[in-house]
Design a binder for this molecule. Sequence first.
Ligand code: GTA
Length: 150
Amino acid sequence: MASLFKEQAKLSAYRDRRFSGTQEEFDEALRTSTTVYIGNVSFYTTEEQLYELFSRAGEIKKIIMGLDKNTKTPCGFCFVLFYSREDTEDAVKYVSGTILDDRPIRVDFDWGFQEGRQWGRGRSGGQVRDEYRTDYDPARGGYGKLVQKE
Ligand code: GTA
C-alpha cells in the first residue's frame, strides 16, 4: 500500500477538482493518458514554439493553448497531446524545467483533455494560482490579479 502511494505521489501533485470520477480513476488516468499539462508558460510563447520544443519528446497529436476566458488570449498554460505513452513520459522526464522564453516550464501528467479545460478558472478569467501571485511578472500580465485589485 505504501509503495502504491509513493508511485502516485510521483505522478502529479495536482488534483483536478472538476474530475468527476473516483481517486482511483483519476490515478489510473494519470498512469495511462497521453496528455501533459504545461505550466509557467509566458503569455507571449506561441503554439509554434511549444510545438518545436515538445516534438523533441515525440510525435504530437495536438496542442491546446490555455486561454483567459474573458480576453480569449493565452494565459500561461497549455496541454500537449501525444500519440504514445512513452513519448508522454519522456516529455515529463526530459522537457520539464526547460527554459522557454526565459522561464522554466513545468510539465505535468494530466488526466486527459476535455472541452472547457482550455479556459482559465480564475475569477478574473486567467489561471487561479496566477491571481494569488504577489510578485511582478511582466511576461504574465504584471502583478497577480488579486493584488492589482487592492
Ligand atoms: N495536469 O498542475 C496542474 C494543473 N494546473 C495548475 C491547472 N491545470 C492543471 N493540470 C495539471 N496539472 O483545465 C489545468 C486545470 C484546468 C486548466 C486551468 O489547467 O485542470 P486553473 O489553473 O485556472 O485552475 O486551470 P485550477 O487548476 O483549478 O487551479 P489551482 O491552482 O489548482 O487552484 C485550486 C484551488 O486552490 C482554488 O480553490 C484556489 O482558490 C486555491 N489556490 C490556488 N493558489 C492559491 C494560493 N496561492 N493561495 C491560496 N489559495 C490558492
